[in-house]
Design a protein around this ligand. Structure first.
Ligand code: SAM
Length: 165
């Protein structure tokens, strides 16, 4: 069942760690535009036949999209900014049965990073149209990478690749 910010029966909340463990300093590189404005209506996982959504990349990162059309699918990492971050045990079905946060794909986690595999529909300037997302409108974008299952590593030059005349 979708959660707003409540703590359910048998769930366990902790006091979050001190600054000593906090150093990521993420830079949001864009924002995701989707049709969903409430967690109650947002899909639990994106689907390849879901609606076309927009990923807007901010400057100065637009040039980092060079070559984006090379791959049909991307791993999209985003910051589930409305999530609480202090539950170690959760009850996703709200039935009192609990499981550890790291055994779940719940948006409620100490570092609320969501990931989806998105199909690239088009790329124009700093705007990507994609399918396969499951996040709220306005969700901050953390990173984009080609889907690892189709990515072809760029090999270092091998001996004999260059003619030296
Ligand atoms: N596909 C991602 C993953 O597996 O890492 C996210 C899965 S999570 C179960 C998706 C749910 O997170 C949505 O159904 C919605 O309830 C919630 N959600 C989406 N965007 C959010 C946001 N910006 N802040 C907090 N919760 C969000």
């Amino acid at each position: 069942m979708v959660r707003e910010n409540e703590v359910r029966r048998n769930e366990v909340m902790v006091k979050r760690a001190s600054a000593e463990h906090a150093d990521a300093q993420l830079e949001f590189i864009g924002v995701i535009h989707t049709p969903w404005t409430s967690r109650l209506e947002c899909p639990r996982q994106g689907r390849a036949d879901g609606p076309v959504c927009e990923i807007e990349i901010f400057e100065p990162w637009i040039p980092a999209l060079a070559g984006i059309e090379k791959y049909a699918r991307y791993e999209v990492l985003y910051w589930l900014h409305q999530s609480r971050r202090d539950l170690v045990l959760q009850s996703p079905a709200n039935d009192g049965q609990v499981r550890g946060t790291f055994a779940l794909r719940s948006p409620v986690r100490p570092n609320p990073i969501g990931t989806s595999i998105a199909e690239l529909v088009s790329a124009t300037g700093g705007i990507l149209k994609v399918r396969g997302l499951d996040c709220l409108d306005g969700t901050p974008l953390v990173d984009l990478k080609p889907d690892r299952t189709i990515f072809v590593p760029i090999a270092p030059p091998q001996k004999g690749d260059f003619q030296t005349g």
